[in-house]
Design a protein around this ligand. Structure first.
Ligand code: COA
Length: 257
């Protein structure tokens, strides 16, 4: 098992915990690889009927590791682990429950669009900051968010890139319920137990039906997005944004045309 990703199977529920708290659970290339491999295996494992994804302490996931982004700008293949993970989660046939506490930024929010039940603690804060980083939406969010929220709300989240709280996420329909922090994981677990007790083949067939009518396949959009995303990683705008994060200063886009 990898240092920053924990997994455990009990009661036919696979619990995946992202555990890199000192970096707010930012995902490295190795973490994406691990997550993709875990999901691939879980999809085939009859001992797993439901997956629960959670974070640690005050963070669900602060998105892609920004230091890796700087590396990725120099190597287009570096987005492959994220792409593999996104394909695995987007095509995962069994139900996924997410328990979100603290920050959920970037892919920490877009991965939730591929979960089936999303529970947030009252301290959860979501953000899709791609625009602020000179990047574009990923994870199928350019397809899924307008479909879920309508164009204007999706534009608000993706063009302004501000963070928002759990109650707002609930009002948008991005989460199923908001719970007190101490009740979050037990509630997610309880709901996972309910799902795990349902007839498994009917569950898989129902989830498949729910996802069949989305129009353009989400996996196609994922690839289109990530190709543009990889180009944007090399852009002077993105490099300015990542450098500003590392230097703990505001990014300055005033000189860009
Ligand atoms: N990549 C790499 N390191 C990250 C990170 C990320 N995405 N998010 C947080 N960290 C690191 C910080 O650099 C800091 O490391 P240090 O202690 O070695 O200096 C540590 O995690 C704590 O971060 P800090 O910013 O002090 O915590 P905070 O609670 O004040 O803020 C966030 C948390 C998530 C709001 C803030 O860290 C943030 O905005 N991170 C960037 C998120 C982002 O843009 N992700 C990419 C999306 S595409």
């Amino acid at each position: 098992m990898m240092e920053f990703i924990e997994q455990e199977i009990s009661d036919r529920i696979l619990s995946i915990r992202i555990k890199r708290p000192d970096k707010r659970n930012a995902l490295t290339l190795a973490m994406y690889q691990e997550l993709a491999a875990i999901l691939k295996q879980a999809g085939e494992d009859v001992a797993v009927r439901v997956v629960v994804i959670s974070g640690s302490e005050s963070s669900f996931c602060s998105g892609n590791d920004i230091n890796d982004f700087l590396q990725a700008g120099r190597d287009a293949n570096a987005v492959r682990p994220a792409r593999d993970f996104l394909h695995q989660i987007a095509a995962f046939k069994k139900p996924i429950v997410a328990a979100v506490n603290g920050v959920a930024v970037g892919i920490g929010t877009t991965l939730l669009l591929h979960c089936d039940l999303v529970y947030a603690a009252d301290n959860a804060r979501f953000q899709l900051p791609f625009i602020n980083l000179g990047l574009v939406p990923e994870g199928g969010s350019s397809l899924l968010l307008p479909a879920m929220l309508g164009h204007q709300k999706a534009a608000e989240l993706l063009l302004l890139g501000d963070s928002f709280d759990a109650e707002y996420a609930l009002s948008l329909g991005l989460v199923n319920a908001v719970l007190e922090s101490e009740d979050l994981e037990s509630h997610a677990r309880k709901q996972a137990m309910v799902l795990a007790a349902k007839p498994p083949a009917a569950m898989v067939a129902t989830k498949k039906l729910l996802k069949t009518h989305q129009g353009k396949p989400v996996t196609q959009v994922l690839d289109e997005e990530i190709d543009i995303f990889a180009q944007r990683l090399q852009s002077p705008e993105a490099i300015e944004a990542f450098s500003a994060f590392q230097q703990r200063r505001p990014a300055d886009f005033s000189s860009f045309e």
